[in-house]
Design a protein around this ligand. Structure first.
Ligand code: ZN
Length: 319
């Protein structure tokens, strides 16, 4: 892209500094302690975690953008603490390639653990980069590895059909990926989520547990309970604003203008609903959540569709 073209690109509001994480090292990652022997690794946009135990290292997700930097981070921490750097367990948050697409880098004999639907979807996808988890669970799995507790729970589909809660009670930590990006709004359709009612409900499920530190799978810094609560409020504001838009936006001008081209009329009407939904939310969250002015209209569109289609709001039966 030429310099002239760059100059014509739209401007967006500045990013609040607290949305950003620590500086990356020369290899392009940062590894930091969450609590005790639990660490997080980030490249600024993706985040995963690992736990060093007396039985070996447990890796929680393996994003391909971090790739071999995950083992580098483990080596760095293991050397500093004089513990084993051997990865013996991998836990998958969900089947998506952008969070577990580096899973094949680790020992093929390491135990791979995840939801039963994650296994089903990985078998379907048949991607050599993502070996299907051999160990599965349905509703809940309470693991003890090297004396450390890791509790896995499935509360139903949300972002994906298989996305789970990973609670580490001994480390005061909750890992829930692709729901809340601490400091940032979700991208596109609520972080490209398949089940919007499940996505909207997920923060409450996580907040029902006791924890202090939050690993959301994205961006450069750890989250706190306040980050999840703020995200929850942002989504609630979009839901409420959607209802107002459905109640108030008048489709008539679009149908008058486009006549038999029903799709043109529908697009005009629904796009106006999304813009109307987003406007007050963008105003409220600019300077609070990074990129509120970039993605709120996209997120609003899908939430508004879910309120119409999943909840039946505004639906009228022909008399
Ligand atoms: Zn995902």
């Amino acid at each position: 892209m030429s310099a002239t073209e760059t100059a014509t690109l739209p401007d967006f509001a500045p990013i609040p500094r607290e949305a950003l994480g620590p500086a990356l090292n020369e290899q392009g990652y940062y590894v930091g302690r969450v609590e005790r022997n639990l660490y997080y690794v980030t490249d600024g946009t993706y985040m995963c975690a690992f736990l060093t135990t007396s039985d070996g290292v447990v890796v929680l997700d393996a994003p391909p953008t971090l790739g071999n930097n995950i083992q580098r981070a483990i080596d760095e921490i293991a050397a500093a603490n004089g513990v084993s750097n051997k990865v013996t367990h991998l836990i998958y948050s969900h089947h998506h390639s952008d969070h577990v697409g580096a899973a094949s880098l680790f020992d093929k004999n390491a135990a791979r653990i995840g939801h039963e639907e994650t296994r089903t979807l990985l078998l379907r996808d048949n991607d050599p980069a993502r070996p299907p988890n051999e160990e599965t669970f349905q509703d809940q799995a309470n693991l003890v590895i090297g004396g450390e507790h890791i509790n896995l729970a499935f509360h139903g589909p949300n972002h994906s059909p298989d996305n789970i809660l990973i609670h580490l009670p001994d480390h005061d930590t909750m890992m829930l990926v692709d729901i809340c990006n601490p400091g940032w709004v979700p991208i596109y359709r609520s972080n490209l989520s398949e089940d919007i009612p499940g996505y909207l409900e997920a923060p409450a499920n996580a907040l029902a547990y006791e924890w202090t530190h939050f690993i959301g799978g994205h961006m450069g810094r750890l989250g706190k309970r306040d980050d999840l609560a703020l995200h929850q409020q942002y989504m609630a504001d979009i839901s409420e604003s959607s209802r107002t838009a459905i109640d108030t936006v008048d489709p008539t001008p679009y149908f008058v203008k486009y006549g038999e081209n029903f799709w043109a009329a529908l697009k005009g009407y629904l796009d106006e609903c999304a813009a109307t939904t987003a406007a007050p939310v963008i105003e409220k969250y600019t300077g609070v959540l990074a990129a509120a002015d970039v993605f709120t209209e996209d997120v609003s569109f899908e939430v508004m569709q879910s309120i119409r289609l999943d909840l039946g709001y505004g639906a009228q039966v022909h008399p």
